[in-house]
Design a protein around this ligand. Structure first.
Ligand code: SF4
Length: 207
């Protein structure tokens, strides 16, 4: 990333902090105290460059690793590692039948992994209680936010939707800002997410 781009993004983040603080914290003294602390963001470990994907690869995002990390603290999570599936592991997909979603192996759809993953997600959800936002990997059967492929029992994709962890996270923590790496590709997406995060952070600290 060029120096001027990096500088501009840093400027946006500082601006967003200021806007979010002003929106929720009218007391000036309190505002200074609130904005001096960094928000905490739960984030998919593969986006930080950890080789934890099913095939042993990572999916680092430069903007997150180099810029956002200076302004937020990260709590790395990986639902599939938490479930004990290991690396490498057989790829999984989401299957939906009569409204019920299950997690099955791509190469053996009779092999269900739903319960194991659900237990791991519940454990992670209790661990991310202090966070002010969540950044997840798009299209993953666990972490996808809205574009994870949904298959029927015949193995045909018929729709897209959230991954299992995201479904459980949204149900358990309404109002918590959640986005995937695709949503952070545009400057508008980054600014919008950061405003939500800093506002959520301010609200938490003023309670
Ligand atoms: S997408 Fe989620 S479950 Fe898959 S490797 Fe990344 S953090 Fe782990």
């Amino acid at each position: 990333m060029f120096g001027w781009q990096q500088g501009r993004l840093c400027y946006y983040i500082l601006l967003v902090r200021e806007i979010a603080a002003k929106l929720d914290c009218m007391d000036e003294e309190r505002e200074i105290e609130l904005t001096s602390e960094k928000p905490l963001i739960a984030i998919s470990r593969c986006l930080l460059g950890e080789p934890v994907r099913f095939n042993g690869e990572a999916r680092p995002v430069d903007w997150i690793v180099q810029i956002l990390s200076q302004h937020c603290d990260f709590l790395p999570i990986c639902p599939e590692l938490e479930a004990g599936f290991g690396v490498p592991r057989p790829p999984m997909r989401l299957q939906q039948q009569d409204g019920a979603v299950s997690v099955v192996l791509v190469d053996d759809p009779a092999a269900e992994r739903t319960e194991q993953l659900q237990v791991a997600c519940e454990r992670l959800l209790s661990e991310i209680n202090p966070v002010h936002g969540v950044i997840l990997k798009a299209r993953s059967p666990s972490c996808g936010v809205e574009d994870t492929p949904l298959f029927n029992k015949s193995g045909e994709q018929f729709a897209t939707g959230p991954g299992l962890f995201t479904r459980m996270c949204k149900a358990a923590k309404p109002g918590l800002p959640v986005i995937d790496d695709q949503g952070l590709q545009s400057e508008a997406g980054r600014v919008s997410f950061l405003i939500q995060v800093f506002r959520y952070c301010c609200r938490r600290r003023t309670r």
